[in-house]
Design a protein around this ligand. Structure first.
Ligand code: FE2
Ligand code: FE2
Length: 327
């Protein structure tokens, strides 16, 4: 059996019914909310240009992990123009697709607004450094498909895009949710829970569109999904201090390889019934074997990561104990 291969235009046309249905579902499920409701304004005060005092690290009540996670997640949200470009180019601005692109972009913008307001009002991080990092990160932009897009046709690029954002939305949901817990502040936790709930609805939109794509062109879609997973990078890659912050976040349970595999990759693949389907052609079957091997390797890496992290945390605990005993 040879499964169908479509061009990008054919794909958008054939999936437009699914897009309409998913836009309607999203609008029925989405909750309107306002950033100002999540900010403790009475904790705020002027900075020096308006007669107050400038940021001092002592003012922050956030720990190192929470700071790293907040900055990484906020800069990721800030880079919205890059993602908007990508999604608009792949989905087009026509009909339900255009409606989604506009709505999704406006919802995402709220995330950056509320997080920045929170950090600036509570003096959670250095606002000067934050602004410098935003300038660098946004000016660089980011190509979410990187290597995978180079050798592919337009339809595959569109499928890559929709597969990528499915995993990425779920990854940001996990990351925001865990950042909320790490902040140790019920206000931040509530705000980040609110954002995480949005990310979940976004994930469902993309997951269902990708699911409809698998039904339509199974081999082509599975190729895109497999390439996406094998090259997956969080959209923060390339931002200032990403490595340092990424390591801190992984070490302290904000977003790590185990969570990536168990809470992001596997549930989505399960939902798409990738390993139960019987509609792949010979090419799709081969891709599925490639994906299975990749997942086994991912599991081995997750185990290795957990062992390394546990050893590192134990070493640090020991150091702290010794320091306390010597104090
Ligand atoms: Fe977001
Ligand atoms: Fe999102």
């Amino acid at each position: 059996m040879v499964t169908r291969q479509l061009t990008q235009l054919e794909l958008l046309h054939e999936l437009s019914g699914a897009a309409e249905k998913e836009v309607d579902r999203h609008l029925a499920m989405a909750k309107d909310w306002s950033p100002h409701d999540y900010i403790p304004w009475d904790e705020g005060s002027n900075y020096s240009t308006l007669g107050g005092t400038d940021y001092d690290p002592e003012q922050s009540t956030l720990g190192e992990v929470a700071k790293a996670a907040m900055i990484t997640n906020l800069l990721t949200e800030d880079n919205l123009p890059t993602y908007h470009r990508e999604i608009a180019a792949n989905f087009s601005m026509d009909h339900a697709w255009g409606h989604w692109v506009g709505r999704w972009t406006a919802e995402e913008n709220r995330h950056g607004i509320v997080m920045r307001d929170y950090l600036v009002v509570t003096r959670g991080v250095d606002p000067v450094k934050l602004e410098e990092a935003r300038m660098i990160h946004m000016a660089n932009g980011w190509n979410p498909q990187g290597k995978v897009a180079e050798h592919t046709d337009d339809a595959l690029t569109m499928l890559h895009s929709v597969a990528y954002v499915t995993f990425q939305e779920l990854a940001t949901r996990v990351s925001h949710r865990n950042t909320g817990k790490a902040c140790n502040d019920p206000i931040a936790d509530k705000m980040l829970q609110r954002i995480a709930a949005d990310e979940n609805l976004h994930m469902i939109f993309y997951r269902n569109i990708c699911g409809a794509g698998i039904d339509l062109v199974p081999d082509q879609a599975l190729r895109a999904i497999t390439d996406t997973l094998m090259n997956f990078e969080m959209p923060g890659a390339g931002m200032p201090d990403f490595r340092r912050n990424g390591v801190l976040m992984a070490k302290h349970g904000i977003y790590d390889l185990r969570q990536h595999r168990d809470e992001v990759v596997m549930p989505v693949l399960k939902k798409w019934k990738i390993f139960e389907r019987d509609d792949f052609g010979p090419e799709g079957e081969q891709t599925r074997e490639e994906l299975a091997e990749f997942l086994e390797e991912l599991e081995r890496q997750a185990v290795r990561f957990e062992e390394m992290r546990d050893r590192a945390l134990a070493r640090e605990a020991k150091k702290r104990e010794l320091a306390a005993a010597n104090a």
